[in-house]
Design a protein around this ligand. Sequence first.
Ligand SMILES: CC(C)(COP(=O)(O)OP(=O)(O)OC[C@H]1O[C@@H](n2cnc3c(N)ncnc32)[C@H](O)[C@@H]1OP(=O)(O)O)[C@@H](O)C(=O)NCCC(=O)NCCS
Length: 150
Amino acid sequence: MWQMAKDSGGLDMNSPYCYLLMCTHFAQTCLMAEMEGEPVGFVTAYRPPTHPDTIFVWQIAVAAQARRTGLARRMVNGVLQSPACSSVRLLEATVTESNVASEGLFRSIAEQMGANFDRSTIFAAKDFPESSQDSPHEAELLLRIGPFDL
Ligand SMILES: CC(C)(COP(=O)(O)OP(=O)(O)OC[C@H]1O[C@@H](n2cnc3c(N)ncnc32)[C@H](O)[C@@H]1OP(=O)(O)O)[C@@H](O)C(=O)NCCC(=O)NCCS
């Protein structure tokens, strides 16, 4: 997952330890997709303890050669089908404004579910320590899908 995040071109980098923790503490809501034995996608998600009716998709990535085949949508559906999501009514994720593919993905999931899609700023650019004129970090938008029944 760490390697795919690194290769994806669109994700903030985190330590390998962070992925090991995610896949240990939230094993029921994180998954990896393989094609012919090779990893081609992953999603890391969890139910925030303060909002257990919500599944928060932290990161999702698909290898360049497997994009636009519906894999990301299938992975999110896979997480939603986990027994850990049986009482989930909302899906949240954050995206940067320039990440057209990611926002398109979550809009298409909302459409597929026939659910509401909301978008608001959750973290401003100035909230990020590395944010500067040389290497600005874009604001993160909170996308919220739902409520829905699974
Ligand atoms: C975002 C990402 C995971 C999408 O993966 P994917 O497997 O190609 O997405 P899917 O094939 O499941 O596409 C589902 C829908 O999302 C939308 N979508 C996907 N890629 C898109 C793009 N480049 N532009 C616009 N819409 C896009 C479309 O509506 C698409 O449905 P359609 O193909 O029927 O039109 C992939 O582009 C990626 O890994 N990007 C880099 C990492 C990243 O930015 N992750 C998100 C932030 S956490």
